[in-house]
Write a protein that binds this ligand. Sequence first.
Ligand SMILES: *[C@@H]1O[C@H](CO)[C@@H](O)[C@H](O)[C@H]1NC(C)=O
Ligand SMILES: *[C@@H]1O[C@H](CO)[C@@H](O)[C@H](O)[C@H]1NC(C)=O
Ligand SMILES: *[C@@H]1O[C@H](CO)[C@@H](O)[C@H](O)[C@H]1NC(C)=O
Ligand SMILES: *[C@@H]1O[C@H](CO)[C@@H](O)[C@H](O)[C@H]1NC(C)=O
Ligand SMILES: *[C@@H]1O[C@H](CO)[C@@H](O)[C@H](O)[C@H]1NC(C)=O
Ligand SMILES: *[C@@H]1O[C@H](CO)[C@@H](O)[C@H](O)[C@H]1NC(C)=O
Ligand SMILES: *[C@@H]1O[C@H](CO)[C@@H](O)[C@H](O)[C@H]1NC(C)=O
Ligand SMILES: *[C@@H]1O[C@H](CO)[C@@H](O)[C@H](O)[C@H]1NC(C)=O
Ligand SMILES: *[C@@H]1O[C@H](CO)[C@@H](O)[C@H](O)[C@H]1NC(C)=O
Ligand SMILES: *[C@@H]1O[C@H](CO)[C@@H](O)[C@H](O)[C@H]1NC(C)=O
Ligand SMILES: *[C@@H]1O[C@H](CO)[C@@H](O)[C@H](O)[C@H]1NC(C)=O
Ligand SMILES: *[C@@H]1O[C@H](CO)[C@@H](O)[C@H](O)[C@H]1NC(C)=O
Length: 450
Amino acid sequence: MRLLLLLFLILHLQICASFARVMSEYQALLSVKSAIDDPQSALASWNSSNSLCSWHGVTCDFTGRHVTSLDLSSLNLSGTLSPDIAHLRYLQNLTLAANQLSGPIPPQLSAISGLLSLNLSNNVFNGSFPPQLAQLKNLQVLDLYNNNMTGDLPLPVTDMPNLRHLHLGGNFFSGKIPPEYGKWEFLEYLAISGNELVGSIPPEIGNLSKLQQLYIGYYNSYEGGLPPEIGNLSELVRFDAANCMLSGEMPKEIGKLQKLDTLFLQVNGSFAELKNLTLLNLFRNKLHGAIPEFIGDLPQLEVLQLWENNFTGSIPLGLGKNGNLVLVDLSSNKLTGNLPPNLCSGNRLQTLITLSNFLFGPIPESLGQCKSLSRIRMGENFLNGSIPKGLFGLPELTQVELQDNLLTGEFPVSDKIALNLGQISLSKQSALRFVASKYWQVLRCSKATS
Ligand SMILES: *[C@@H]1O[C@H](CO)[C@@H](O)[C@H](O)[C@H]1NC(C)=O
Ligand SMILES: *[C@@H]1O[C@H](CO)[C@@H](O)[C@H](O)[C@H]1NC(C)=O
Ligand SMILES: *[C@@H]1O[C@H](CO)[C@@H](O)[C@H](O)[C@H]1NC(C)=O
Ligand SMILES: *[C@@H]1O[C@H](CO)[C@@H](O)[C@H](O)[C@H]1NC(C)=O
Ligand SMILES: *[C@@H]1O[C@H](CO)[C@@H](O)[C@H](O)[C@H]1NC(C)=O
Ligand SMILES: *[C@@H]1O[C@H](CO)[C@@H](O)[C@H](O)[C@H]1NC(C)=O
Ligand SMILES: *[C@@H]1O[C@H](CO)[C@@H](O)[C@H](O)[C@H]1NC(C)=O
Ligand SMILES: *[C@@H]1O[C@H](CO)[C@@H](O)[C@H](O)[C@H]1NC(C)=O
Ligand SMILES: *[C@@H]1O[C@H](CO)[C@@H](O)[C@H](O)[C@H]1NC(C)=O
Ligand SMILES: *[C@@H]1O[C@H](CO)[C@@H](O)[C@H](O)[C@H]1NC(C)=O
Ligand SMILES: *[C@@H]1O[C@H](CO)[C@@H](O)[C@H](O)[C@H]1NC(C)=O
Ligand SMILES: *[C@@H]1O[C@H](CO)[C@@H](O)[C@H](O)[C@H]1NC(C)=O
């Protein structure tokens, strides 16, 4: 009996002890507040005179007993995130985005097993990614964009099987992209852009069958090119791999170049499955070879930026015939051949830049009817023929650069000159004749460099 009593006492003491360790949600919130510097008193409502469920940024469950969401975004908060945040055991969404919070991401967050969304973007959290967070098996959204995180691009995130949205961009993560980054079954959004990543892009990325948006460029400097498996991402809508040292393999014999017409993707038509692609940015890399023909056949393509590479061959003839094209920038490559005839078939084209290539042939007459066109920069090519009728009268036009070409014929006569047209550059044409003096007027008033 005495033994039983003793046992009971010990048990009781233990329960009490463990209870003491569990901080109430009320105390947890106050502890979080005490580690935060709040110059605008945004958290003034966090006081005992009202229920914590009515505190700024706090959302409770329907019983009013547990905090399920905490949103303190854009409140100009600084200081650190207290590990006591982990005592909010029922938290599903935590958003501290757009403040000045610093220090480490507390590993204790791993205790909040029901967490669905963690948004710490636009702060100055530093240190490496806490491996303990791999325990957050329900997490769907992890947004760490624009912080001061260092260390290897985290591997533990690949043990969060439910991720839909992962943004690690704009930090100082280094190392290679682990092949495990192809593991997520549901991932729709992956951004690792703007870090210090090196190495080759693992082909496993092509296994992310639900991926819609992929951002890998800027400040990273990879080795080699894009793996052809990227072409398996059939749901991809936006792909931005600009400015990250991507290269195609330089063929040993220059004579082979003409046959290897899809160098930059290696595999014939490997991107042809990207039926929903709207944006393709690969500018400022070291890609070479031809722009594959199927890029002109992508039905949804709106933005194509391939400037500052070494692309050769001609622009895919079908480009623009999808009727969706808005922005094309192919400048500073080694493109030859004619401009495609249907760039503006949907009347959505606003910007057309092919500056500094080896393009020849005429400027397509259809551009003279392209009412959406605002900027056209096609200088430093070998374009010949005459300027399309109506071009200078287009209502949205603000900039025209056609200098350093071989344009001939007459300066096009149209009923009106675009009101917004601020710049026309036409210098160094071999045989362009100006017929109507009022157009001369426009030229002299413009900011043209001649
Ligand atoms: C406590 O919060 C209430 C409600 O927001 C506010 O009106 C009151 O001024 C706060 N009290 C203090 C001492 O900050
Ligand atoms: C944020 O706080 C700083 C002082 O800490 C202040 O100068 C700044 O104006 C505040 N910003 C906003 C958006 O209120
Ligand atoms: C929490 O986040 C999930 C996933 O992002 C979202 O679907 C849900 O609406 C959010 N709930 C609350 C209460 O903010
Ligand atoms: C995170 O919060 C920022 C600022 O409120 C917001 O712009 C961003 O869309 C959020 N991230 C996600 C994945 O919802
Ligand atoms: C994080 O930043 C703080 C202050 O800004 C600094 O004292 C600390 O050393 C940094 N930690 C790491 C791991 O860089
Ligand atoms: C964040 O990192 C940048 C670059 O290393 C550094 O200049 C800045 O001081 C850091 N900010 C904080 C708050 O640690
Ligand atoms: C993922 O991709 C790699 C390389 O592309 C492939 O070998 C592997 O079988 C794929 N894994 C799964 C689970 O599909
Ligand atoms: C992925 O891409 C590779 C190379 O393009 C191809 O051989 C493979 O069959 C593709 N896998 C799937 C599942 O489509
Ligand atoms: C590449 O594609 C072209 C046109 O679609 C086709 O004629 C050719 O046979 C393909 N080559 C290979 C190696 O698949
Ligand atoms: C991609 O396009 C197909 C039809 O072409 C459509 O069924 C599907 O929903 C689209 N996917 C996305 C992510 O828009
Ligand atoms: C293009 O090729 C030339 C000659 O091989 C090379 O010097 C240059 O760096 C390359 N430029 C780019 C952007 O890859
Ligand atoms: C334009 O240049 C091409 C290639 O040099 C040439 O074949 C064509 O005849 C030229 N057209 C005109 C109108 O000069």
